[in-house]
Write a protein that binds this ligand. Structure first.
Ligand code: FE2
Length: 450
């Protein structure tokens, strides 16, 4: 088996399991009462997807309560696609034929497994599949895997991106999940949009150099284009009259994820996220489809970047802000859309090979960074920030990460002190099996509030 996304840290597991009363080393803070749930592509045994992202989704959950780790369980998201239903039908895409393997969030008490080309899939608290969720028929498009919850209003902003018109729709769901307003974003193109950002007053999309390409036969019909204009679109996020978008040209590139965005004191929009150029994109893509000339990792040459959009002057300043290869940026989500000081990310050693992954903490105020190295055969997953009880500082909290351990054929969940990555782990939860690496996940606290 040659596909890199079916081997090593990424090798799928073959079954669904449940384990209770997990071994905990250290002390789990009592405020960590809830569930860490993460999602990844985990095709059934015997199935070889044509693209990493075509693998069926499997969620892994760890239930913590009052200092104990009550259970671990993993479940496929049981969508029609898991049983072989095709996404493309003679009537167009079947939005219920989802891999549901990219992310998992909670919104208005519903646990939703996400994949950008389809409807979300609702799960029970114990990770069993309920079914596709379409806001009682009001959502008639796909839903991005990267919605943004405004920490002040509680609204959930998200979008639908499609290679066919309408190319881009902005949706907003109320905190109680009852109201959905939807507006087509004028002037958008078929450029691939995996993530976006919100600020206090705007929604912001980046259309990069990757766009729809019917000649791409991996099942994910996108490719780098030398003719696709790279640009940033800024749209007022509140309804009122016809939506207006201002587009600003930027340098060619592609950003898979964003750390955050905000409006600075001068009213400029500051956006940060890892970005690739053409060769790095192609090496990553080749890894994702198992083609030759691929990088050693799913992420190649992705560098943290900042765009500052000056709406008054009508121009964008761009800068690379670090030289590490990083991906999976996260922040304290209480700062979503507002100025953040700290960003967390995973660094990939790229061609240096397994054993050199680190968790990085960036301090935007000092310009410094701290790195926590992981040992040989250890691959940390995206770090999810959870605020400590009574926290007054942005980084007073915990980083939760599930580490795939190839040496032990096992995994562990680390609870790290976000204030100081060099401190010993606050707690380690031993998991009963190896949890395959990646992709995204969420901490779902009891009681619903983030
Ligand atoms: Fe993503």
């Amino acid at each position: 088996m040659n596909e890199p996304y079916l081997t090593g840290h990424y090798a799928p597991v073959a079954d669904e399991t449940t384990a209770t009363d997990l071994v905990v080393e250290g002390t789990l803070p009592p405020e960590l009462t809830g569930r860490l749930i993460r999602n990844s592509h985990n095709p059934k045994p015997g199935i070889t997807p044509t693209h990493w992202f075509k693998g069926s989704g499997m969620v892994h959950g760890i239930r913590l309560r009052d200092g104990r780790a009550e259970w671990y369980r993993n479940r496929w998201v049981h969508t029609p696609a898991l049983d072989g239903a095709p996404y493309m039908t003679e009537h167009g895409p079947d939005l219920t034929a989802s891999t549901a393997g990219t992310h998992v969030i909670e919104h208005a008490g519903r646990l939703l497994a996400l994949c950008e080309s389809a409807l979300p899939f609702e799960l029970t608290a114990d990770l069993e599949t309920v079914g596709a969720f379409d806001w009682d028929g009001k959502l008639t498009s796909a839903m991005t895997a990267h919605p943004k919850e405004d920490p002040v209003t509680g609204e959930l902003h998200f979008f639908a991106s499609s290679p066919f018109p309408p190319y881009l729709i902005h949706h907003v769901s109320s905190p109680d999940g009852q109201v959905l307003r939807s507006r087509e974003v004028p002037g958008a193109s078929a450029a691939l949009k995996h993530d976006f950002v919100i600020t206090e007053h705007h929604v912001v999309f980046l259309e990069g150099s990757v766009t729809f390409d019917a000649a791409e036969h991996s099942g994910i019909p996108y490719a780098w284009s030398e003719t696709q204009e790279s640009r940033i679109g800024v749209m007022p996020r509140e309804a009122g009259g016809a939506p207006e978008v201002r587009w600003f040209g930027v340098e060619p590139g592609f950003a898979m994820h964003f750390a955050n965005a905000y409006e600075d004191a001068l009213g400029r929009i500051v956006i940060e996220g890892p970005t690739v150029g053409r060769s790095a994109w192609q090496r990553s893509w080749n890894w994702w489809v198992g083609a030759p000339d691929r990088g050693a990792e799913p992420t190649s040459g992705s560098r943290a970047r900042r765009w500052t959009v000056d709406l008054a002057a009508g121009r964008v300043r761009e800068e690379q802000i670090d030289d590490l290869t990083v991906e999976f940026p996260t922040i304290n989500e209480a700062y979503t859309g507002r100025e953040h000081r700290y960003q967390y990310a995973l660094s990939f050693p790229d061609d240096l090979g397994i054993g050199n992954h680190t968790l990085v903490k960036y301090d935007r105020r000092t310009g410094g960074r701290q790195q926590l190295p992981f040992g040989n055969g250890q691959l940390p997953g995206e770090a999810v920030f959870v605020q400590a009880d009574g926290a007054t500082e942005e980084d007073a909290g915990y980083l939760l990460t599930v580490v795939s351990d190839l040496n032990a054929d096992a995994s562990k969940m680390l609870v790290l002190d976000a204030f100081d990555l060099s401190a010993a782990p606050v707690a380690t939860v031993r998991l009963p099996r190896r949890v395959p690496a990646m992709i995204h996940g969420s901490w779902i606290p009891d009681g619903g509030a983030r």
